[in-house]
Design a protein around this ligand. Structure first.
Ligand code: DQA
Length: 139
């Protein structure tokens, strides 16, 4: 099974960025362990991160007709991007929307997601474990 994790803006700073909200672990360290754990279970995990909306859309197009699943944390674009919502609707591969923090406990502008209506599922507020739960949902 081939999955891709796509992370959006500012998620390259995980481990350094607002650690009380997002934790102290860098995504690279987390990904290393994640790949190790799931490789033996026949799950290949690719990773892509960009701070640019168009690059996230290009990656959804690139992987969205051949991969088995996409795990997407679009960061703040979740709350602004009709273009990413359209890209999710346009592709065949199911997309799980993940948020590390519980966005519903935070500022009201984080309560609305343009992406959720087009996502196969949503995982919110479980920290980095949310990415694991998303992988498990495809197995
Ligand atoms: C986030 C929540 C978003 O509101 C925020 O803009 C992010 C990260 C999360 O994973 O909790 O960048 O998607």
């Amino acid at each position: 099974m081939k999955l891709i994790i796509i992370n959006g803006p500012n998620l390259n700073l995980l481990g350094k960025r607002e650690p009380t909200i997002y934790g102290n672990t860098s995504f690279e360290d987390f990904l290393f362990e994640l790949k190790k754990e799931y490789q033996s279970k026949g799950v290949e995990i690719e990773y892509f991160q960009s701070n640019e909306e168009g690059k996230l859309i290009n990656k959804l197009h690139e992987t969205g007709f051949s991969y088995d699943g996409i795990i997407l944390n679009a960061g703040a674009y979740t709350h602004t991007s009709i273009a990413i919502a359209d890209a999710i609707a346009a592709i065949d591969t199911p997309v799980i929307e993940v948020h590390i923090s519980n966005v519903h406990k935070r500022e009201s502008f984080r309560h609305h997601s343009y992406l959720s209506a087009n996502a196969a599922g949503i995982i919110i507020g479980f920290g980095l474990k949310g990415y694991k739960l998303a992988i498990e949902s495809f197995m």
